[in-house]
Design a protein around this ligand. Structure first.
Ligand code: ADP
Length: 170
């Protein structure tokens, strides 16, 4: 797998799958989730509603992932995963790594060759970006895939890009 980090807007990524840093309700929100739903159009929310209606307690457990089509996005599919909320007193890093490995597993099952990730949990969920980047790289490197050849981290700020570049080297 080829891993790289770039600065950009993930809604514009020319890949087979973009991963959405969603919330367990899957009903859209702020940050990258809102941007993806705005760019993809209303079909995405309708698909998310149908998926969530089938899930126990009508929520996606944090660290798991589900797929929808990409709507009007350049990407063919969106894989939605709910990251953990940062806690200084409890270590949820295995859940964050699972967001990456489970999203890759779902993307690989779709036959995707290229996947773009945002910095999951590093926005409203408050995860310090240096560690979010380390968990992201560990989660991806710990995955075995059949079809995926390229994983691109698409970061929204220079600070996030620097953290991911450092994690890829370290
Ligand atoms: P979470 O709730 O998982 O923390 P957020 O959407 O609040 O998710 O933030 C996750 C990361 O996504 C943050 O680093 C934020 O700056 C970034 N982000 C927001 N919009 C975009 C976008 N259009 N493309 C790529 N990254 C984005």
């Amino acid at each position: 797998m080829d891993l790289r980090a770039v600065r950009g807007d993930i809604t514009q990524a020319d890949v087979d799958v973009i991963v959405n840093a969603a919330n367990p309700g899957l009903l859209g929100g702020g940050g990258v989730d809102g941007a993806i739903h705005r760019a993809a159009g209303p079909a995405l929310l309708a698909e998310c509603r149908a998926i969530v209606a089938q899930l126990p307690d009508r929520r996606l457990p944090r660290g798991q992932a589900v797929a929808t089509t990409g709507g009007r996005l350049p990407a063919r599919w969106v894989v939605h995963t709910a990251g953990p909320i940062w806690s200084a007193s409890r270590d949820h890093s295995a859940v964050l790594r699972s967001c990456y490995s489970e999203s890759l597993r779902v993307a690989d099952g779709l036959g995707a060759r290229s996947v773009a990730f945002p910095a999951i949990s590093a926005g409203v969920y408050g995860w310090p970006v240096e560690d979010a980047a380390r968990q992201a790289v560990a989660g991806v490197r710990g995955s075995s895939v059949e079809h995926v050849q390229e994983v691109r981290f698409v970061l929204f700020s220079d600070e996030s890009l620097a953290a991911f570049d450092a994690a890829l080297i370290g």
